[in-house]
Design a protein around this ligand. Structure first.
Ligand code: AMP
Ligand code: ZN
Length: 503
């Protein structure tokens, strides 16, 4: 059974979707006015693991992700500057060019991080009609008012507004600090559904609506309208970072439940904690301390090193970023890579070894010996199967326990260190685990071997024989000889590997 921590109930709950095996998953996507920073990307890595765990549990996941290309101001609560305009001014481009460029950049980041693409991408600017229709439903039901030319959602009309944020208790003070005073708002938490009076004279994205000839939507309505279109009036999981709890998700929930009359609108709300810096500060654009994947790359870190780094901490814990910690993840991933290369080589070796065995069998030689060997093999295969089953069970329990990736990684390493398990079994299990971890292990290629002189190979073979006969003195002497001739020999699952020594 899969258990997920639900922000709505503040509890870990068994996952029971509305219409199994179908699962509707909505993830609030990026605001495309700049490159995503690695804090944002932590959010999308968490959502990717969530999706992969749902798939691991054989659910059919419909994953919808929006692209916010209009309406998001620098403060989540209708104040500050327009983010898209900010980008356009900064780069002397049109808002449309900015949106296209950063949408493409975001999708490239996703690929580098091996994030599964959503079933449906949807852009706010391509769903203006749906947003207007939803506002009209709210208007008809008496949840809106017009003030200063803009249409507002009246939070006083809902008796449970803010239940996601436990408003009036923990989150109220926080929200109060974030919401600038707007003289048109009747209640402090009211929010704009549709702007007709833009405070930005150069506003380029404008559409006609029942409330005026040239306006644009507030930020929150796009997610309600698009999730309704693609996932229906009730769906299973909605996710994002914890900063979305008090404003964006509270407002999405308020307008959707008011318009659609379904409660709960969404059954499970999942939120990831922040990527923070050593001083405990969140990584964020407004904090001016952001790093992008391109910057990590300049410092020698691949996107998958960052993915590995994120997997090492549970998504509901703050993740402390430091170069040293990322270096640790990079080294661990490198080791994992090397292990996979060894297992792949061992696999090739095992297959090659099967040829002569078959030949012997055909000729009917050493029949008794064969029979004994087969018996032994059957026994060890039985034991192997049990161990494989044990690992699969353990891994499943861990990822099903609210996506415990740090433990799942530990299990992966235990598996690699397990001497009682054959290389083939390890390799197959690893590939299975990677369906959740998403480290792209299938693509691991062994580096091309350089040509090693026949004399060195001969010494290496002699050393292998010596090791098999537990003649360690001879083996060490041969290693020394190989080194003196400029080569390094390492023991691997397949036998050995010889490399040219570099200074
Ligand atoms: P935005 O493009 O600003 O809407 O943010 C995209 C996603 O990143 C949202 O789900 C945010 O909650 C999340 N986010 C923003 N900053 C961080 C951070 N420092 N750590 C983790 N997630 C973050
Ligand atoms: Zn949203």
């Amino acid at each position: 059974m899969l258990y997920l921590y639900n922000t709505l109930t503040r509890k870990k709950e068994p996952f029971k979707p509305f219409r199994p095996p179908a699962v509707g998953l909505y993830a609030c996507g990026p605001t495309v006015y700049n490159f995503a920073h690695i804090g944002n990307l932590r959010s999308y890595i968490f959502e990717d693991v969530l999706k992969r765990v749902l798939l691991w549990n054989k659910y059919n996941v419909k994953h919808v992700m929006n692209i916010t290309d209009v309406g998001h101001l620098t403060s989540d609560a209708d104040s500050g500057e327009d983010k898209m305009l900010l980008g356009a001014r900064r780069e002397k481009k049109t808002v449309w060019e900015i949106a296209n460029f950063y949408t493409k950049a975001f999708k490239e980041d996703m690929k580098k991080l091996n994030l599964l693409p959503p079933t449906t991408w949807c852009k706010a600017t391509e769903h203006i009609k749906e947003q207007i229709q939803l506002i009209q439903i709210l208007e008809k039901k008496g949840f809106t008012y017009v003030a200063g030319g803009n249409v507002y959602f009246n939070t006083a009309k809902l008796n449970d507004y803010g239940k996601l944020a436990l408003l009036d208790r923990q989150a109220d003070a926080q929200t109060q600090a974030r919401v600038e005073k707007d003289p048109h708002k009747k209640n402090r938490h009211d929010f704009v559904l549709w702007f007709t009076k833009s405070k930005f004279p150069e506003q380029a994205m404008k559409w006609p609506s029942p409330w005026g000839p040239a306006g644009y939507p507030g930020w929150h309505i796009e997610c309600s309208a698009m999730s309704l279109k693609y996932l229906g009036p009730q769906f299973d999981i909605h996710c994002g970072g914890i900063d979305h709890i008090p404003v964006h998700h509270s407002n999405e929930m308020a307008q959707s439940e008011a318009a659609l009359g379904k409660k709960p609108w969404v059954k499970y709300w999942l939120h990831n904690e922040f990527l923070v810096l050593a001083e405990g500060k969140r990584m964020g654009k407004s904090e001016g301390n952001i790093l992008t994947l391109a910057e990590l790359d300049k410092h020698g870190f691949a996107a998958l090193d960052y993915r590995y780094f994120c997997l090492g901490t549970h998504y509901r814990h703050p993740l402390m970023f430091s170069r040293e910690a990322l270096e640790g993840a990079k080294q661990a991933r490198k080791k994992l890579w090397e292990r996979v290369v060894e297992l792949k080589r061992a696999k090739k070796g095992e297959q090659a070894a099967k040829g002569p065995e078959k030949e012997l069998k055909k000729r009917g030689e050493k029949e008794n010996l064969e029979a004994n060997m087969e018996e032994d093999m059957e026994e060890s295969m039985e034991e192997g199967k049990t161990r494989v089953h044990k690992y699969l069970q353990q891994f499943t329990e861990q990822v099903n326990d609210d996506l415990n990736t740090p433990q799942a990684l530990a299990t992966t390493w235990n598996l690699l260190h397990d001497e009682k398990l054959g290389g083939q079994e390890k390799y197959q299990l690893l590939l299975q685990f990677d369906q959740v971890l998403g480290l792209d292990l299938k693509k691991v290629r062994a580096p091309k071997r350089e040509k090693v002189p026949a004399g060195i190979i001969k010494l290496a073979e002699e050393r292998l024989q010596a090791r098999k006969q537990n003649d360690w003195t001879k083996a060490d002497a041969l290693r020394q000889k190989i080194q003196e001739r400029g080569y390094q020999i390492d023991d691997t699952l397949a036998g050995y590997e010889v490399k040219k020594l570099t200074n």
